[in-house]
Design a protein around this ligand. Structure first.
Ligand SMILES: Nc1nc2c(ncn2[C@@H]2O[C@H](COP(=O)(O)OP(=O)(O)OP(=O)(O)O)[C@@H](O)[C@H]2O)c(=O)[nH]1
Ligand SMILES: [Mg+2]
Ligand SMILES: [Zn+2]
Length: 293
């Protein structure tokens, strides 16, 4: 029995990396009969003889599961935005960060296409998210700017890209790999569309160690069901300052003597981030009230 990690599934087979080698496997019958779906990223026990495919005997307990893309045991989500073309959708960025936080998956913000940044937008964005204690990388996939720094950050982890379509995720992956492993630009869209049935999630192995999962861009993304009081826990800059007002049940929206409002006035919290917190708060509130009507 050997232990490995599922790097992709295709046509009923699961490809498991064991000691640097990829082995074609099938799950044991019991998995085929159950509802349980083995995912890329799953750590598994495999038996193998010389004449047939390997057999997945056991799947280890997962640390976490992402739904989009379906992948298990993610160590880090890299949310990519671009300064331009397309313009950064900060609401989408914040929604993804909230969901990563809810699933307890560390997230970093990667601002791409800095070569197009003629108004220093990347600096303002970097500051806003650093106030929230996120690690922020400002890169250009096309000009290979700061790609080595990004390499250091993703090393030895299971990383997953997320973000809008067209921000340069696949181009970044190619830059990180030093070769073209993913289609980019319009071509990628055509392939995606024709690919519905065979669309698979692949853990791409990094030369430096670790894996990266590329994801087709989101066109829409909603935060999952959560309690209204919970939302603030997923904004690190709010957690940092709220202490006494959270204790009395403050939502940090309109209550007097709010520590969060105080921090906002002092410039310790970014105005845009705060506004998006308020919008998401209203959104969750609406969802809840519709449900119990
Ligand atoms: N100027 C500039 N263009 C870039 C950069 N990175 C990517 N692009 C371009 O942006 C376009 C989209 O890049 P992709 O890598 O396909 O974007 P994606 O995020 O993978 O898009 P989806 O797969 O649809 O989610 C392509 O035309 C790239 O050449 C960059 O750093 N600078
Ligand atoms: Mg892509
Ligand atoms: Zn408050």
């Amino acid at each position: 029995m050997k232990e490995g990690i599922v790097v992709k599934s295709l046509g009923g087979f699961y490809y498991v990396e064991i000691d640097g080698e990829i082995i074609q496997t099938k799950p044991r019958g019991i998995f085929r009969k159950s509802e349980f779906i083995i995912l890329s990223g799953d750590r598994v026990k495999v038996t193998q003889d010389a004449f047939s495919d390997g057999t997945i005997e056991e799947v280890f307990e997962r640390k976490n599961v992402l739904v989009r893309p379906p992948v298990a045991n993610v160590d880090q989500v890299i949310v990519v935005v671009s300064v331009k073309a397309p313009q950064a959708d900060l609401m989408l960025l914040d929604k993804i960060l909230v969901m990563a936080h809810k699933k307890n998956i560390p997230a970093i913000v990667c601002i791409n296409k800095v070569d197009l940044d003629d108004h220093n937008l990347s600096l303002a964005l970097k500051k806003a998210y650093e106030l929230a204690d996120y690690k922020v990388m400002v890169v250009s996939a096309i000009e290979n700017h700061k790609i080595d720094d990004l390499k250091d950050i993703i090393k030895d982890k299971i990383n997953c890209f997320a973000g809008q379509s067209g921000v340069g995720k696949s181009t970044l992956l190619n830059a990180l790999m030093g070769k073209r492993v993913m289609e980019t630009g319009n071509i990628s869209k055509k392939i995606e569309r024709g690919k519905h049935t065979t669309r698979h999630v692949e853990l791409i192995k990094l030369a430096e160690g670790g894996y990266l999962v590329d994801t087709p861009g989101f066109t829409s993304f909603e935060i999952e069901d959560m309690e209204l009081e919970e939302l603030q826990d997923y904004f690190p800059e709010i957690i940092k300052v709220e202490d006494s007002c959270k204790f009395i049940g403050c939502s940090h929206i309109s209550e007097p003597h709010c520590k969060v409002k105080e921090a906002l006035d002092l410039g310790k919290i970014d105005q845009g981030r705060y506004e998006r917190y308020c919008s998401l708060y209203e959104f969750v509130k609406k969802v809840k009230s519709n449900r119990y009507r």
